[in-house]
Design a protein around this ligand. Structure first.
Ligand code: Z5A
Length: 214
């Protein structure tokens, strides 16, 4: 247990970054790398990662009902995470699997803290009480907001509720991600995600191998 009151799990890897940063692409590359090494790998995501948590995700991202208050949004993110940690992440770690999560608690600091302006101390309290764990390594795929949004905008599906936010919201979230990475250099690796997808995935796999060799 660290001074933060959170238990760190070496085999829990998380991917963070803005919209269109390329997390899905990198997740697949890391999955293949660990699979080739002969490990069991569980790939998951937040919000979501269990049937109930995926239902909460649908509620969170649906633009069709009244906008949740920032507080509702934060608590739903943590409700989803509480279920995800207990039903998916911890059981997988307990049997020795590697877990790669597309987003985790850092996203709540970035979007609900930075983006919505909610109190960071409240988020930290929820993290301690509801989550209790943190990843051994977090890859922050960093890309300017406009570039990431342009990539994501090229997709077929319509923008979800959070994707409809203004650029300033995402700029504040990006600043929090970068500040958290600077504050926790042992856990975070910041990857320049402006490069082509192959180069980004190759760097992510190299960082994973370095991390395993530590
Ligand atoms: N959220 C929150 O507010 N609080 C929380 O606690 C949590 C989440 C956990 C849903 O997350 C929303 O929930 C999210 C944050 C919020 N809203 N936003 N923003 P999500 O992870 O499902 O949503 P997302 O970040 O919008 O996903 P995304 O746009 O799919 O991002 P991605 O996975 O990083 O990108 P991708 O799917 O890999 O790539 C997107 C497109 O770019 C695709 O066409 C790729 O082919 C292309 N791409 C990828 N990499 C490259 C490179 N390197 N070059 C060129 N093109 C590329």
């Amino acid at each position: 247990m660290s001074t933060t009151g959170l238990q760190s799990f070496a085999r829990l890897l998380t991917l963070e970054g803005g919209e269109g940063a390329g997390k899905s692409t990198v997740l697949e590359a890391l999955r293949r790398e660990l699979d080739a090494q002969g490990h069991e790998v569980v790939c998951t995501r937040e919000p979501g990662g269990t049937p109930l948590a995926e239902m909460i995700r649908t509620l969170l991202l649906d633009p069709g009902h009244e906008p949740p208050s920032p507080e509702t949004e934060l608590l739903l993110m943590f409700a989803s995470r509480a279920q995800h940690v207990r039903d998916t992440v911890l059981p997988a770690l307990a049997r020795g699997a590697w877990v790669i999560s597309d987003r985790f608690t850092d996203s709540s600091y970035a979007y609900q803290g930075g983006g919505r302006g909610l109190d960071e101390a409240w988020i930290a309290d929820l993290e301690r009480r509801v989550v209790g764990i943190r990843p051994g390594m977090t890859l922050l795929l960093d890309v300017p907001v406009a570039q990431g949004r342009a990539r994501a905008g090229g997709r077929e599906q319509a923008a979800d509720r959070i994707e409809r936010e203004r650029d300033e919201f995402f700029e504040r979230a990006r600043a929090v991600f970068l500040a958290r990475a600077a504050a926790e250099p042992d856990r975070f690796r910041v990857v320049d995600a402006t490069r082509d997808a192959t180069a980004v995935a190759a760097e992510a796999c190299a960082l994973l191998r370095d991390y395993q060799a530590q």
